[in-house]
Design a protein around this ligand. Structure first.
Ligand code: ZN
Length: 587
């Protein structure tokens, strides 16, 4: 009997041993093969966890997801149908910031061998982990990828196999990684999403900071939930533990003492992309100046807290999201840009180090900006976390996308946007935008000449569309994605990312001598305009001496003026649903 008890205790303790040998204490983060092997070990050992290949990446190796559930059910549709929420965790998007890779492995190992916690945590929530997202970057391993950090000893590289920063690629979706991620995202439809990072921004006493979901980018029900429940609970849960967490230290001025502001969640980033689908997206930013073990442990603690919060509030997370989608679908106005409200702030405790503008470099002997770690302080600082709408638009009922823009249509389809196609050629009165002005960098940014300072003007025109062109009803649950991608002025629109650049120059135009005959005829046929022209010639001497300017004056007043140049090809229809019924049924 005694022997039996000893044996059964031994078996129990063997079952309770971690299966994985993580070496973050020795400043070592696992290689790609080691990461996958470790998840395979967990998959083989536990029937309620599975490692699944999901799509390709740019380096030719498949992306994986690791699903943890309370039963051996791994079908996302069945899991969601059972009323469960889904927490998706993405790691290694920047492989030089691998704390989340270690932290997630450790979390999975600990969770799976604790049956009681599995029951408690996974009854209402399923957890999906992307072990390494930027596989190409993680395989590009070296001790010399991160000049601003000393640990871990070796890490991967920021660029992926195509040298793209994947945390700028979620909307333009150039990489196979982003395409696979998009499929995973819509298949699992996560309610809560975490992307793990490390930052070398300002120095302070915290190992972990959070770029939370930006409340003002969400509809009212979700904004309230984020501001009043989600963020306070997550900070509270962390401060009850070993690693206090604060918002990402994003300076208003060059000293955190002067206040910090909430990060803007642009859709090009993972968390901002999640927000386009009303998912509560966030990023942890571990602090690179803390040792690697502290980064991994604090990130692991946060994953636990986030999983707990998601499980404890599963119904409310699902219902606020559902409400939020309905609110967005019914909205009359949509914000295209935001500005920080500098009059609204909360006070928060901040544990920093004194800024020293005149620290002497041990290398150059010259003064440089730095922090004095011998001078820690605790003070109250202002936290600015309210953004106001800077520009809004009226939400159209439909966008019409000519099929010529197939790369755009492909991305809309990839994001499960409901679209229809005209069955026959159809002429419609639509609102179109002209790109009045924009500015582009001299050198490419992540493979694009991203447009900024976009100015537009609108016109109503009758436009002939062809059979096969796309009709996109705006009031569907993907409304935020549709508006953000198709409004040219939106922060990460397809227009800004160069998908429509061929509209930006003229195809016909006029020749300084070829146009003469038509121009003369035009003047003869338009006597009123001719008088105007002659008057300008008389009073404007520079104009009178400039042949090309005079022909241009006629050209731009005439029907020859090229109407397609700078005309953004996506038409907008503002008719109400009952008015739409008057249109031929093309659905
Ligand atoms: Zn990062």
């Amino acid at each position: 009997m005694l022997l039996l008890m000893i044996i059964s205790n031994l078996v129990l303790s063997a079952q309770n041993q971690p299966l994985l040998d993580l070496k973050y204490e020795q400043n070592y983060t696992p290689t790609y093969d080691e990461v996958i092997e470790m998840y395979q070990t967990l998959d083989a050992h536990y029937e309620n966890a599975r490692l699944i290949e999901k799509g390709q990446t740019d380096c030719g190796k498949p992306l994986h997801i690791f699903v943890i559930n309370d039963t051996p059910e791994f079908d996302p549709h069945k899991i969601r149908k059972a009323g469960k929420s889904v927490l998706l965790i993405n790691n290694g998007i920047h492989p030089g910031e691998p704390a989340g890779i270690d932290a997630s492995l450790w979390f999975a190992d600990d969770l799976l061998r604790d049956k009681e916690t599995v029951q408690k945590l996974l009854q209402k929530t399923a957890i999906v982990i992307i072990p390494v997202y930027n596989i190409g970057g993680h395989l590009h391993r070296s001790a010399f990828n991160r000049a601003n950090q000393t640990t871990p000893i070796e890490t991967g590289f920021r660029g992926n196999a195509a040298n793209l920063d994947l945390n700028r690629d979620f909307t333009k979706c150039d990489s196979e990684n982003a395409k696979s991620f998009t499929r995973i995202f819509h298949e699992w439809n996560p309610d809560v999403f975490l992307d793990t990072h490390t930052t070398n921004g300002s120095d302070h006493q915290y190992s972990i900071t959070l770029v939370g979901p930006q409340p003002d980018r969400f509809p009212p029900t979700q904004e309230k939930f984020i501001r009043e429940k989600m963020l306070p609970s997550l900070y509270q849960k962390m401060s009850n533990g070993e690693y206090e967490m604060i918002p990402y230290v994003n300076w208003v001025h060059n000293d955190p003492k002067l206040g910090i502001q909430m990060m803007e969640e642009f859709p090009r980033y993972s968390s901002g992309f999640a927000g386009l689908f009303h998912s509560y997206g966030m990023m942890t930013e571990n602090h690179v100046y803390k040792n690697y073990a502290d980064r991994v442990i604090s990130c692991n603690h946060f994953i636990w807290k986030l999983a707990e919060f998601t499980a404890e509030n599963s119904e409310e997370i699902i219902s606020t999201r559902k409400h939020g989608i309905a609110e967005s679908v019914g909205a009359e106005k949509y914000p295209l840009s935001f500005e920080l409200d500098t009059t609204q702030f909360s006070e928060m405790e901040f544990k920093g180090y004194e800024v020293d503008e005149k620290q002497v470099s041990k290398i150059t002997g010259l003064e440089r900006f730095g922090y004095d770690r011998n001078k820690p302080y605790i003070t109250k600082i202002k936290y600015f976390d309210v953004y106001n709408y800077a520009e809004t638009i009226n939400v159209p009922e439909y966008y019409i996308l000519p099929q010529a823009w197939d790369e755009v249509a492909e991305r809309l389809a990839l994001n499960n946007v409901e679209m229809y196609r005209f069955k026959t050629d159809t002429t419609l009165e639509v609102q179109v935008d002209y790109i009045e002005d924009f500015s582009s960098p001299e050198r490419p940014y992540n493979g694009h000449y991203f447009h900024s300072k976009v100015e537009t003007r609108s016109e109503v025109q009758k436009i002939k569309y062809f059979a096969g062109d796309f009709i996109i009803p705006v009031r569907q649950d993907k409304i935020k994605y549709i508006v953000e991608m198709l409004e040219p002025k939106a922060a990460d629109s397809f227009f800004r990312w160069n998908f429509f650049d061929s509209i930006l120059d003229n195809r016909e135009y006029f020749s300084s001598y070829g146009f003469e005959e038509n121009a003369l005829k035009y003047l003869e046929e338009h006597p009123e305009f001719k008088n105007e022209f002659l008057e300008k010639q008389r009073i404007d001497t520079a104009f009178a001496k400039n042949h090309r300017a005079q022909l241009a004056y006629i050209y731009h007043n005439s029907e020859w003026s090229e109407k397609t140049a700078r005309k953004y090809p996506v038409g907008k229809i503002f008719l109400s649903k009952s008015e739409m019924k008057l249109l031929p049924n093309q659905h």
